[in-house]
Design a protein around this ligand. Structure first.
Ligand code: DX5
Ligand code: ZN
Length: 229
């Protein structure tokens, strides 16, 4: 994988979520975890689509100086279209928008025209039928395994049939699409999600909330790989 390359679709990837890192020393947190980072997951919350506020393009811009990894930006925003260009300019590599906010086809086209890798996210209670029409136009399908807004929540196993449905669809049509899960992913739940068909694992608390994040990420990868081998 070359610098800032997303890598081959379908390959197992670990995406540490900086939401669980110490925002007072983000650069150090990102550097310390670098060897186990396939993608760096950046959670953007607007206080409207979700009841929390996090970070935006200036932080992406600053972190770009400390990491050559693929920046996987998860836009939990009611109006992501207003900010796609700012994220692209700041150094985002991929941007994921939520299907629940609507205007999906235009958002995908806008993100694509900015040279971004394009992701579409669905909340736990959003059915697969809502994202299915777009699978041929996106690079990443993010199936939330918690209701977005906060780190440290419990994994919702009820989402696994949807992950499996997506995997069957991707395989049946040989789509170049990554399936990402986000929320409550840890040593116990990562193998469950991979078994169901996910190949990108976002983890915040299970990595940055541990005494040695680098080791925790390494263990998470090993747990996930044990299912695929
Ligand atoms: C939740 C965010 C997640 C969050 C995951 O709204 O989208 O990326 O950081 O945190 P953990 O891994 O702690 O559940
Ligand atoms: Zn996220």
């Amino acid at each position: 994988m070359t610098t800032r390359d997303a890598g081959p679709s379908g390959a197992l990837r670990v995406a540490p979520s900086i939401l669980a890192a110490d925002f007072g020393s983000l650069a150090a947190a990102v550097r310390d975890i670098d060897a186990e980072t396939d993608w760096l997951h950046v959670d953007v919350m607007d206080g409207h689509f979700v009841p929390n506020v996090s970070i935006g393009p200036p932080v992406v811009h600053s972190l770009r100086r400390y990491s050559t990894r693929f920046f996987d930006c998860h836009l939990m925003m009611t109006e992501p279209g207003r900010y796609l260009e700012a994220f692209a300019k700041a150094g985002a590599d991929g941007c994921t928008v939520h299907v629940e906010v609507g205007g999906t086809a235009a958002l995908i086209a806008d993100a694509r025209s900015l040279g971004l890798r394009v992701g579409l996210a669905a909340n736990p209670d959003t059915p697969f039928t809502k994202v299915a029409p777009y699978l041929g136009d996106i690079d990443l399908l993010l199936l939330m395994t918690v209701f977005p807004g906060f780190g440290g929540q419990s994994f919702l196993g009820d989402v696994m049939p949807k992950v499996n449905e997506a995997r069957r669809e991707v395989d049946a049509h040989d789509l170049a699409l990554d399936i990402e899960v986000d929320g409550g992913i840890d040593l116990t739940t990562a193998p469950i999600a991979v078994e169901a068909g996910a190949n990108v694992l976002v983890a915040g608390s299970a990595i940055f909330g541990q005494p040695v994040p680098l080791e925790a990420a390494h263990e998470l990868r090993a747990a996930a790989l044990s299912v695929r081998s």
